[in-house]
Every structure is written in C-alpha cells, then in structure tokens.
Design a protein. Structure first.
Length: 576
C-alpha cells in the first residue's frame, strides 16, 4: 500500500497534494492543487514544491537535483519501493489504537528541537495480536494468575520478575502467551495507547530519556512514576521483538526518508499536513462565510493554525491539555480540545487580528467595569419586538432557514417586549446585520463575563433548589399549547412537525435588574454565550444537566427540545 497523500499549505490558502518526489509526480501534484480565492501561477506552485522539499533554485533546479543527487541518494540507501510504513498492516484490535501519522512524524523531526533519531517504531509490520492480548477480558480467571486483579505497581513487579514465563491459555489461535505480554495487554487502551506518540522518546532510537510522554492528565507524581514504569514494559518488548521499526534517513533540512528492512520507503517534509483544509463553514447552508461575525473566529483560527502556524502541533495540544488541568480545570469545566488549544496559543494568534474594541458609546448599552481594566458595554435582552425589525430586513435569510426551530410558535407572546428565543444561526445572522447596520463589532458574552454581570448567584449542585423550579407553580417557566387549547409544561413525544406547531409561551415571566438591564428570573430561560454554549438565567447552570459543564446545544434549536427558551444579548468592549 502506497503512502497516503501529504499536503503542502501555501500562504494564500492554496494546498498542494504531494504523492511522490519525481518531477513528473510534482507536476501532477500541482495540477491537482486546491485553490482558494487568490489566483496563482503554475510555475509559482512548482517552485513552491521545490522549496518545500529543500531545493532553493526553483523547479528547474529541482529537476536537475533529482537527476544528479536525489535519485542516486535513493539508490545508495536502497529506497526502492514507495510504500506506507506508518499504517499497521495486520488487521486486529490494535491496528486501530496503535497508530502514528505522517504529520506528527514530520513535526517531531523538523520542529521538536531534538536531534533526528536513527530509528522509529511505527509498528507498520508488527503483529500485535501475536503478542499483546487483554488477558483479563479474553481469558478471565482461567490462568489462575494472582496478577489479574493486581494494582499497576504490582503488575510491573510481576512482569519484571517473570517476563517470559509462558502461560497456557484456552485460545484457538495460540496455546500460550508470555506473562509480560498479557500484563501489557491488560492496559492497552488505558496506558499504552496514550503513550503511542512521538512527543517523547519512547518510540525512537536512540532515546534521550527513559521517561515516556503519556497523553494523560491531572495525575500525581506517584501515578506518573508507576505509569511510566508500566509503559517501559511495552518499550522493552518492542525492542526485544525487533519488528515494526523503520530507519530514518535525512536527505536535506526539509526532506527525510523512512526505510524498511526490505527497501520500502516513505518520506516526510517540513510543514507537512495529513489532511486537506476545508473552507466550508460549519454554519452552512444557513449562513454564508461572510455572514459569520468577526467575534466568532473559530474558522479564522483554524485557518491560521493550518496555513500559518508552524510547529509541533501534537506536542502543543499535549501542553495545552496539561496546562488546563494544572490551572484547576476539570471534566465539568472542560470546553473542548479546540477551545483548550485556542486559549493556550491565543496570544500568538491575537497578533494576527484587528482589534474589535470600539470608542463608540452606543445607545441602549450599559457600562460594566470588569477585572484587568476591561470595560464592557452590554445590551438588554433582545426582545421579540426588536427582532421583528430584523425579520423585515432579512426575508432572504428567513427563506433559507428550513429545518430550524419554528420562530413563530416559539415566540407566540402577547407581550412582545419579552425576550426573543432564537437558534444559534439566527443569533449570528442578527449580530451580522446589527453590526453592519450600526458600524460596530458587537458579540455575545463569555461565561466568565456573564457571571460577572448577572444579579443571580450560581447554584452549582444545589439540586433541591433546582427541583423547586420544576415543582413550584409560582416559578417562571414555559407552557406548550396545541391548536385545541390544551396546555402542558412537558408535551409527550410526538412527530417533529407537530411538536414545532405547539405554541410556546412564558408562564409568569419575571425579571431581576442590574445596571438597568433585565435578567430573566427563570430556570427555564437561557442565554447564548460566546462559545455557543448557553447558561440558564436564574440558576447559572447548563441546559443539559444541573451543573456548569459547558454543554453546547444544537445550533438549530431555540431550546424547545429542553422545554426552555434560549435568548441573547449583545456586548462590545469599550476602547480605553
């Protein structure tokens, strides 16, 4: 099997697929280039390929060097057959969990600031099923081994004491396993998989350290020591068995070959990507890319990270995760890996952004002075009446929001000063319209900002208080009414069209005020936040469960499916 396509990103958002190194293969790559908005000449693309592969004299120089240097170099080092030397070749459970990728290998070699090793364990021809099995899961207690239920540290001691003791097993494909292999298999996904990476030295030779880098977090020093000892059992075995290793042969500062013992080869180059970046917005087909407000810069961040950021990305992700937990983060507050990464390198990314702060004091916005000198201007909740002005001006958008929650039935209120309930798509389009109309860059509040301005105190895990919201008739909640006039707080299951036809209205709507702004005094009203999670107004909890985990509801929903309404308010930073 041939090596998968590698991708070369260029500055103007073009992407060149690289499938081979001969001049003809480079020409074919340029013919298949993924083009964005900027036009680019054919020769410019050819020269970019040559430069990426370490040849400064352009494509003409590359053709000459290929014939006089690169091809003889490949012959000298017996690089005969282009093949995939990273993907496991033997089917089985481990082929899906023990897997490196070419981009990580490339970045380890070119951006880690470490010497290039001589060998790398990719496991491409390693037959895991002949060695490692989860003895506990497959064979139960049939071994009669005391080590089956032992602690991790005792497993390590047992494996080191009797590593090659053969254990008879009732398995049709083999009659015995080494004890060390059974113990390694017992932790294959919990410890071996997190260590199967090129961030540390555990899969390379020579090793600069015997401490593997495991992608595990929030651990004690004692846990780390024991887990490292355990992973080194795996390192010991792959060293002893000797399969799955490839030689690393540098050609120049930008191009490195991987070679098998049979003359098969792969290659990696500087700034390589494994996948092609997709420019399609996650908000399509409801929103065009140009309609997504600047504050929602996930697309822009991802594009910058793909095309402009150069570095060891897997290591960066690992460091970002570690920092999140080191600063007190936990599963409940985990915002997702993309957000964790973005927060970790935001200062670097921010240098590429135009400031969103404004000098304008806009009518209807109230001033809040937050920590670190930040001044935030915040609007009242956008009302049904206020949203109608948007509807009249955006009939074309309303015509393409097919499949989203019905705005007429969810906002069927006699009092149109009540907060409007919208989907995430509607909110983004409204903000785009508002900003264009008024020449200002408003956005949604972050969770931290919302907690700083709300008049309510967080309830956290006070389940008894939250249960009162569900049982009290005095509480403010939502009522569903069918065409016959039957009303209920929680409709029974029904077809989606029928559910969308139910009128959804506030019962006993109440507000608290802060700085002349309204905050809905209800556990059954939430506000959209900057990361498109949302927070219940009165209890400051998630809409998914009664805690502060940042659940992101579907962007297509107004909250109807959770028997709540989700509204929003605008804000912007006041320039100092």
């Amino acid at each position: 099997m041939k090596q998968p396509t590698a991708y070369l990103p260029l500055e103007k958002f073009h992407i060149i697929p690289i499938n081979g190194l001969s001049p003809d293969e480079i020409k074919a790559s340029v013919s298949d280039v993924s083009r964005d908005r900027e036009k680019i000449k054919h020769l410019t693309l050819l020269n970019a390929c040559a430069k990426a592969l370490g040849v400064k004299e352009g494509f003409a120089g590359y053709k000459s060097e290929y014939a006089s240097k690169l091809k003889p170099f490949m012959e000298k080092h017996q690089l005969m057959t282009h093949a995939d030397l990273v993907s496991p070749r033997h089917d089985g459970h481990y082929s899906s969990i023990f897997r490196l990728n070419y981009q990580d290998i490339s970045e380890r070699l070119f951006f880690s600031q470490k010497p290039i090793p001589k060998k790398l364990f990719t496991g491409y021809n390693f037959h895991y099923e002949n060695h490692f099995d989860d003895g506990v899961m497959l064979y139960g207690d049939s071994f009669g081994l005391e080590g089956i239920g032992l602690s991790l540290s005792k497993k390590v001691k047992l494996a080191n004491k009797h590593p090659l003791e053969e254990i008879a097993i009732p398995y049709q494909f083999c009659k015995s396993r080494y004890l060390i292999d059974i113990i390694i298999g017992s932790e294959n996904t919990t410890l071996i998989q997190p260590g199967f990476n090129v961030i540390g030295d555990q899969l390379v030779y020579p090793r600069q350290t015997d401490n593997p880098e495991l992608c595990l977090y929030n651990r004690t020093p004692e846990d780390i020591d024991t887990e490292n000892e355990f992973f080194n059992l795996f390192v010991k075995r792959i060293d002893e068995i000797g399969q799955g290793w490839v030689d690393i042969i540098p050609y120049n500062e930008n191009l490195v070959f991987l070679r098998s013992e049979k003359g098969e080869y792969s290659f990696v180059f500087r700034n390589q990507r494994d996948k092609e970046f997709t420019h399609n917005s996650e908000f399509e087909p409801y929103l065009k890319r140009s309609e997504v407000p600047r504050f929602n810069d996930d697309y822009h961040f991802n594009r910058w990270y793909y095309f402009e950021h150069k570095g060891f990305k897997h290591k960066l992700l690992h460091e970002a995760e570690a920092e999140f937990y080191a600063k007190g983060g936990n599963v409940r507050t985990y915002p997702g890996l993309d957000t964790v990464l973005k927060n970790y390198i935001y200062d670097e990314y921010k240098k590429t952004l135009k400031p969103l702060a404004s000098e304008k004091v806009f009518e209807g916005f109230q001033r809040f002075e937050l920590s670190e000198g930040k001044v935030l201007m915040v609007s009242d909740l956008i009302s049904i009446e206020g949203f109608k002005e948007f509807m009249y001006a955006n009939s074309e958008y309303l015509g393409r929001r097919i499949g989203l929650d019905n705005l007429n039935t969810v906002n069927n209120e006699t009092d149109e000063s009540l907060p409007v309930a919208l989907t995430g798509y509607d909110v983004l389009k409204y903000i785009d319209w508002f900003n264009t109309r008024h020449g200002i860059e408003t956005r949604l509040l972050s969770l931290e900002e919302y907690n700083a301005i709300t008049p309510f105190a967080p309830l956290y895990d006070n389940y008894e208080v939250i249960r009162e919201f569900y049982s009290s008739e005095a509480a403010s909640y939502c009522v569903f009414t069918d065409k016959a006039g039957n009303a209920t707080r929680k409709p029974p299951y029904m077809e989606e069209d029928k559910f969308q036809s139910l009128k959804m209205q506030f019962h006993n709507p109440k507000f608290k005020f802060k700085n002349q702004l309204r905050f809905m005094d209800s556990h059954f009203f939430a506000e959209w936040l900057r990361d498109f999670s949302c927070v219940r107004s009165k209890s400051l909890t998630s809409i998914g469960s009664d805690n502060i985990f940042r659940l992101k509801p579907p962007l297509s929903s107004t909250g109807r499916w959770k028997y709540i309404k989700i509204g929003f308010r605008l804000c912007y930073e006041l320039e100092a």
